[in-house]
Design a protein around this ligand. Structure first.
Ligand code: NAP
Length: 380
């Protein structure tokens, strides 16, 4: 029996991770959960699922009988490193996941990681925490889970390239001029997946795929030049690995995040899952296209940041997080998201990221530069 802590339990991934835990009471026990701002949803979850521990960002108005409550970032890191916890599901969105990730890895936990921003920004610190604590990092992101599974079919020196698939988002076929007036409601309507609003927006701008290119480089210690992106609108092939003899291994399944979440928790075992089987005859038109980096420059920027190293990936992520908030508030246009990220990258003095403080400073600078960009636009 494994004790599970779900960090970010009120979100899209968090709720699906809870489904996985509850579907396998013989394997998993819900030990701890965390949330940030959704107080009512969190209280309802605590009453229904009865974990031992719960962490919220601020004191909750009501106590929940049988649940030990604590508050703030320190408590979150403490839950991630709790000696009773075997598996941490990291389902927090944004760079806020980085400190609990480092705590969990230093404490030697298995981390089923959905959050990509912490890997993009954490770079060497994550590797160092893994070495120090002897923990395990198992990808939940469907593309990274696919690559992880395809890599099990050959030796490392036999791999030619990693091929990440991308749905292309809701605007894959729209000309760039037509993207200017996209609203938040249109931007979060993902064609194949149901996800939280930030990642849905990132899929529409292709920032998500940019973050995944950097995430794959970090997770699999692979150079950016050998990580390719292919647009695949049906989201049936979740990613592929090309081997040097010309063989391409692909991972296919229904688009259901419970499957990669479960695999990250049970690996190396495969157990029955609630995901419906994939009937390929229902999917006769699987298509693949090369991405148009002129129409979606966010992807090119990610490759450039990966190459530049240092704080550039941190700025790419931090600027995008801030720009997404401003877009949802109606203060930036859709195309201004990537323009503001580019503005921040152009002004950032790149430097090595030695520790967590360096990363948080670069992240803060990126956010400030995006606000500066927004101010210049609103004055113009
Ligand atoms: N959704 C997907 O299908 C999917 C697929 C692949 C990868 N991912 C990655 O998984 C992560 C989560 O995505 P999601 O779609 O599940 O996001 P989401 O629905 O927005 O949920 C985010 C969760 O994180 C918590 N949270 C937000 N800000 C926080 C902070 N500053 N400190 C602590 N907790 C915080 C939220 O709590 P409150 O609700 O209480 O504010 C919520 O529980 C992202 O990194 C995303 O890129 C998601």
């Amino acid at each position: 029996m494994k004790n599970v802590a779900i960090l970010g339990s009120t979100g899209s991934i968090g709720r699906q991770a809870l489904d996985v835990v509850q579907a396998h009471p013989d394997r998993f026990r819900l030990y701890g959960v965390s949330a940030h701002s959704s107080e009512d949803a969190f209280l309802a979850l605590l009453r229904a699922a009865q974990p031992r521990r719960a962490v919220f960002s601020r004191p909750l108005l009501e106590p929940v009988p049988g649940v030990e409550l604590s508050f703030g970032v320190r408590a979150l890191c403490d839950l991630a490193a709790d000696p009773q916890v075997d598996v941490v599901v990291l389902a927090i969105s944004g760079i806020a996941a980085l400190t609990p990730l480092l705590s969990a890895l230093k404490a030697g936990k298995r981390v089923a990681i959905a959050n990509k921003e912490s890997l993009v920004c954490g770079g060497d610190l994550v590797q160092e925490a893994l070495r120090q604590g002897g923990g395990e990092l198992l990808p939940v992101d469907s593309e990274q889970s696919a690559i992880f599974q395809c890599l099990q079919n050959g030796r490392r020196d036999e791999v030619e390239k990693l091929i990440l698939t991308a749905s292309g988002g809701p605007f894959f076929r729209r000309p760039r001029e037509a993207l200017k007036d996209i609203t938040p409601a249109e931007a979060v309507k993902h064609p194949t997946w149901s996800m939280g609003r930030k990642i849905s927006l990132d899929s529409a701008t292709l920032m998500n795929k940019g973050l995944e290119v950097i995430e794959a480089a970090r997770l699999f210690d692979f150079p950016g030049e050998r990580i390719e992106v292919l647009i695949h609108p049906q989201s049936v092939v979740h990613s592929m690995v090309a081997y040097r003899d010309g063989t391409v291994m692909a991972n296919l399944s229904a688009a259901d995040m419970r499957l990669p979440i479960q695999y990250a928790m049970t690996w190396p075992d495969r157990i029955p899952s609630p995901t419906r089987p994939l009937n390929l005859w229902e999917q006769p038109d699987l298509a693949f296209y090369q991405p148009d980096m002129d129409r979606f420059p966010a992807l090119r920027m990610a490759y450039d940041c990966l190459k530049a190293g240092g704080g550039c990936p941190v700025v790419y992520n931090g600027a995008n997080e801030r720009a997404a908030e401003l877009f949802f508030d109606g203060r930036l246009g859709f195309l201004e998201i990537e323009e503001s990220v580019s503005y921040a990258l152009d002004r950032f003095q790149n430097r090595p990221m030695g520790d967590l403080e360096d990363i948080l400073l670069a992240d803060g600078e990126a956010r400030r530069l995006v606000v500066e960009f927004q101010n210049t636009r609103s004055k113009a």
